[in-house]
Write a protein that binds this ligand. Sequence first.
Ligand code: SF4
Ligand code: SF4
Length: 178
Amino acid sequence: MELGKKIQRAQAIIRSFDGTRRARLLAICLEIQRAQAALNQAAEPFFEVCIEQCKGLCCRNICINEVITQLDLIYILTLHKEIVGQMEKCARAETLFSADCLFLQNRKGPCIFGPDAKPERCIITFCQDTRPIKAQIKTVRSKFSKLSRYTLFQRPFLGIRLPQRCKSRRASASRRQG
Ligand code: SF4
Ligand code: SF4
């Protein structure tokens, strides 16, 4: 199913980073984790409502592939490669229909990713007025954007494909030089 493939692809992308590139990848993921921890701390009263009153509705009746992105999986598996087996097991239960999140521990909760290694959408989405935690949400989002840029431009095995127009410009420039 789609989620299983996304997990495998995230692992392949992480493996393709080596040496200093891998160290940089880890450093960016740790920045996201610190931003998530700061958001968790600032949003404590919000999460109390989620847990005590609402019982975590946001983790119920969802389409998991709309919630968790390839980038989230790169982030989570860079920090916690030891849970890949557990994630793959969860992914095998994927259905075409919306359902309670596959990553709820024993299908009940809490989330297997722990408090500071969550998919972006899970940690920044609230149904309450988020103005008091706007800055912390912004930081988490900007750190995920940083990871997105890094994985896009530094991923060694994909390279960067130039658009056709750039290729022909480069070709004519080298012809002129020749
Ligand atoms: S954000 Fe709102 S809907 Fe989602 S779990 Fe929290 S209280 Fe419930
Ligand atoms: S990944 Fe975790 S936080 Fe996000 S919906 Fe699933 S159980 Fe909830």
